[in-house]
Design a binder for this molecule. Structure first.
Ligand SMILES: [Zn+2]
Length: 239
């Protein structure tokens, strides 16, 4: 019997029968659904393993009798703890799980799985701040392939020198000539801030970046809602 082994982030868990659980994971190869046989009954075998956002190593085996692979065994790599004690963290991590499940529908960009593993640890160990929320939303957009274009005007390709305009519908910044009445002006510091967050490789570095302005926070959130078309409810509003 061939086993497949993956590092995996737990996204959701639901009962599928009297005794089994269906678990949704994000892995480096995308989203994986698998069944924990006896997962509802045998508390000892899978104790606390399948809490949302836990990071595991899972060994999966194919079965001819089920559509989904079966979880042969799983080891805990990292257990998130802060959501147990803080409502705000609980909200934040629920939202993270929802957003990561969008990510898993496509092929994962190289390095994006390890980014989220590291992001989870940083978010677990630190208070939720505007910087973390902004990084979460922007990086989800980026890894989905919907990052706002910030290097040149989305319409004409010119690089604005001093005055920038931003359009959610057009997907990024516009120059003075291409702006329309739905664009909002951005300062060069705000454009720089967007770039820095988009380029950040190691989530630990987020605390050294400047805080996003409230305008940027609002724009990126609108962007996410516009491109994902979901009933996205941002966590920790009015932080
Ligand atoms: Zn232009």
């Amino acid at each position: 019997m061939k086993l497949k082994s993956y590092p995996a982030i737990v996204l959701s868990v639901e009962p599928v029968s009297e005794i089994d659980l269906k678990v949704e994971f994000l892995t480096p190869v995308g989203r994986v659904l698998a069944v924990a046989k006896g997962g509802r009954k045998s508390k000892r075998r899978f104790l606390n393993l399948f809490s949302e956002i836990n990071i595991l190593r899972v060994n999966l085996r194919k079965s001819s009798r089920t559509i989904f692979p079966i979880i042969d065994s799983a080891d805990l790599i990292y257990q998130v703890k802060s959501p147990w004690f803080e409502r705000q963290k609980f909200e934040f991590f629920s939202c993270l799980a929802e957003l990561l499940s969008y990510l898993g529908k496509g092929l994962l960009e190289e390095g994006s799985f390890s980014f989220w593993v590291s992001f989870i640890k940083v978010a677990d160990a630190n208070p939720i701040s505007e910087k973390l929320l902004f990084l979460l939303e922007l990086k989800i957009l980026k890894h989905l392939g919907y990052a706002p274009m910030v290097d040149e005007c989305v319409k004409c390709g010119n690089i604005p020198k001093r005055i920038f305009y931003f359009s959610v519908e057009q997907g990024g910044i516009l120059c003075l000539n291409c702006r329309d009445d739905r664009t909002l002006p951005l300062s060069s510091a705000e454009v720089e801030c967007l770039k820095n967050y988009l380029l950040l490789k190691d989530p630990k570095g987020v605390f050294e970046l400047s805080s996003p302005s409230s305008k940027l926070l609002r724009l990126v959130r609108q962007f996410l809602i516009y491109y994902l078309g979901l009933d996205y409810k941002a966590p920790c509003q009015g932080l």
